[in-house]
Write a protein that binds this ligand. Sequence first.
Ligand SMILES: Cc1cc2nc3c(=O)[nH]c(=O)nc-3n(C[C@H](O)[C@H](O)[C@H](O)COP(=O)(O)O)c2cc1C
Length: 368
Amino acid sequence: MGTLMARMGVKLPIVQAPMAGVSTPAMAAAVANAGALGSVGVGATNAAGARAMIEALRARTNGPFNVNVFCHRPATADARREQAWLAALEPEFKRYGAKPPAAIEEIYTSFLADEAMVELLADTRPSVVSFHFGLPSAQTIGRLRSAGAILLSTATNLEEAEMAAAAGVDAIVAQGYEAGGHRGVFDPGAPDPRLGVLALTRLLVSRIPLPVIAAGGIMDGAGIAAVLDLGAEMAQLGTAFVGCPESSADTFYREALLGPGALATRMTPVISGRLARCLANRFTGLEDAELKGLAIPDYPIAYDVGKALAAAGRAQGEGGFGAQWAGQGAPLARNLPAAELVAVLAQELAAAQGRTHGSTVKTQAAAS
Ligand SMILES: Cc1cc2nc3c(=O)[nH]c(=O)nc-3n(C[C@H](O)[C@H](O)[C@H](O)COP(=O)(O)O)c2cc1C
């Protein structure tokens, strides 16, 4: 058992990714009870919402779990940019007998500016806290550490991983470009080397003196075995859990994920204002049409109208404007209950590791 897993108190090297708006306390608890690390994403809610999720989780499990927060730079409003964006989306709203909102705003607060959320985490003491989009202040890191939390940070390149290590986190979530959902880059304006999970995992394992949790495109036990072979201590899977009955994905999202729509994903900033990988759908297609060349409102201001457009479409039976986040492994998604999925992943992992071990022995025998 790797030291990170022992410290977390989990039996399996599997993390169910935090997925704000999709993962639920029921999912995280089922995963925890099955021996892996369950997570909830509280990035899109406030301290009261996070408290309710943590209480709901604790009512279902005594196991460890991860609470994930968004550490992005707070949004800067720009009325002209926002009005131009709303005007460009107006024809789409019209198609569904609706109108865009008159104005849009920052629909949730960054953890960097949310003292109530810091208090809540220090008070409720989850065993693991993870950061996405950046890092909180040294003071906040100190408070969470004093509350006993193991701290994780997403990194998409070496520089971000070095910053996270210097800030004192316990492990790095190496998020490859294949990954579903928001890309955890610290500075959306900085050049992005777009590293895949294979190269990123090897790079961080060889250069960073911390355990690495690999994420991106991992859908089954063979994928988990592969990243463990690369030196990761654990694998974090998001898309694999979206189809579980415990997820809050709507029917349109589930159908797209489990049908031919899963064969194409697209990295796009147009839905929320930050790059995220989504099933290619009507909304992602607007990037080449109505929204081409337009300046995008800051994250998560753009997401305010993105969610309104998704609701307008849904009300008329069109689900293709949803934030249907998914990684490149989407066609391999299954719709098993979360506990069953963890059990199947564990069996597949054991089988894959047995195969690797068997072939190593054979190669050695052939050489001797
Ligand atoms: C629906 C969905 C929502 C996500 N939301 C979050 C989130 O709230 N916080 C976070 O750190 N990562 C989030 N992610 C990214 C995951 O942590 C992880 O990097 C990704 O799922 C790994 O790639 P995969 O989806 O191919 O397994 C999300 C991913 C998906 C698919």
